[in-house]
Design a protein around this ligand. Structure first.
Ligand code: ZN
Length: 198
């Protein structure tokens, strides 16, 4: 197989870097500014904190949820976090205990584990500066943007080849498509179709 286009080492480094970036937190997402938000808390800050909190609750929820949801007072909320959310409890209590207390008694507080985690995490992402509802709206908008972006994420990159077998065109999984009998059939059909439609 002779390559007409060779990937340069710079491009290869770039590709590897791109793959690594998928594991890192995403760039700040730009959201429209809403009313009633202090200027020092940007939507992307709220969004990133929500993702962080989702991760934390994912780690402690199996121990935390039962005592937390059984809370009868705000003090119970603090105790539940101190006992079952270590080592993260200081992030949440006592500074957010009254918001947590409010959120877990919300009439739409979800029933399923994953939904509970997200609901609480998103609600708290505005700390005491945003209403839980406003924080959840910001996170929902960020998630929608993230999904739209991931829709166009390159998962396979091909190049153009001239092969000794006579094939000329894009690779399939980086190899000559004619190596694979099934794929060769598809390519031949494409070729014939192009001929008949000329
Ligand atoms: Zn070939």
């Amino acid at each position: 197989m002779r390559l007409r286009y060779r990937e340069s080492s710079a491009q290869m480094r770039k590709r590897k870097k791109t793959a690594r970036n998928l594991l890192k937190p995403l760039d700040p997402i730009v959201l429209k500014r809403g009313r009633g938000r202090p200027p020092n808390m940007s939507p992307s800050e709220v969004f990133n904190r929500a993702r962080n909190y989702r991760g934390i609750f994912g780690q402690v929820w199996d121990r935390l949820w039962e005592p937390l949801l059984a809370s009868k007072t705000e003090d119970d909320v603090i105790r539940a976090f101190e006992k079952y959310a270590d080592p993260f409890s200081r992030e949440f209590v006592p500074r957010l205990s009254s918001v947590i207390w409010q959120v877990i008694r919300h009439k739409k507080f979800p029933v399923r584990r994953g939904a509970q985690i997200n609901f609480l995490a998103d609600s708290l992402a505005g700390l005491n500066a945003l209403k839980p509802r406003r924080a959840r709206d910001i996170v929902a908008e960020g998630m929608a943007q993230l999904r739209a972006r991931q829709k166009h994420r390159t998962v396979r990159r091909e190049f153009y080849i001239e092969c000794t077998c006579g094939y000329e065109g894009p690779t399939y999984k980086r190899k000559c498509p004619m190596r694979d009998p099934e794929r060769a059939k598809v390519e031949s059909e494409k070729f014939l179709l192009a001929l008949t439609h000329r």
